[in-house]
Design a protein around this ligand. Structure first.
Ligand SMILES: NC(=O)c1ccc[n+]([C@@H]2O[C@H](COP(=O)([O-])OP(=O)(O)OC[C@H]3O[C@@H](n4cnc5c(N)ncnc54)[C@H](OP(=O)(O)O)[C@@H]3O)[C@@H](O)[C@H]2O)c1
Length: 89
């Protein structure tokens, strides 16, 4: 996206830029000329998400697109719990 001209990127994850690989990506993209922000935010928490978007609206252009890649996998071996999860979905 940055190679194709994107200049303002925000990344949301619960850990923000605290992990070394996240900090490295922020630096690489910034070095390429992008304005990059990595916020610690649980996207399933509406109030946290609203607060981050409010902050972004103060200094960044309007959001033009969003890519959702958040995921948490839970592997369970208990057949009763598995049956319950299948029923819930
Ligand atoms: N890996 C594969 O082979 C594969 C294949 C097909 C599809 N996908 C899909 O691609 C997506 C990403 O997969 P991945 O392998 O890249 O997983 P991943 O490395 O575990 O990345 C998931 C990301 O989601 C963030 N996250 C999780 N819960 C969050 C929340 N509540 N709020 C904000 N951020 C949250 C995590 O950061 P924090 O923990 O810091 O929040 C992490 O950065 C998923 O939707 C997955 O279904 C993956």
């Amino acid at each position: 996206m940055v190679d194709r001209g994107a200049r303002n990127l925000i990344f949301l994850s619960r850990s923000g830029a605290s992990k070394p690989e996240a900090a490295k990506l922020v630096k690489e993209l910034s070095d390429d000329g992008a304005n990059v922000h990595a916020f610690a935010c649980d996207v399933s928490d509406e109030s946290q998400l609203k607060e981050v978007l409010r902050k972004c609206a103060e200094s960044l252009p309007p959001v033009r697109g969003a890519i959702q890649g958040a995921m948490v996998l839970q592997v369970r071996t208990d057949s009763g719990q598995l049956a319950q999860m299948i029923e819930l979905t």
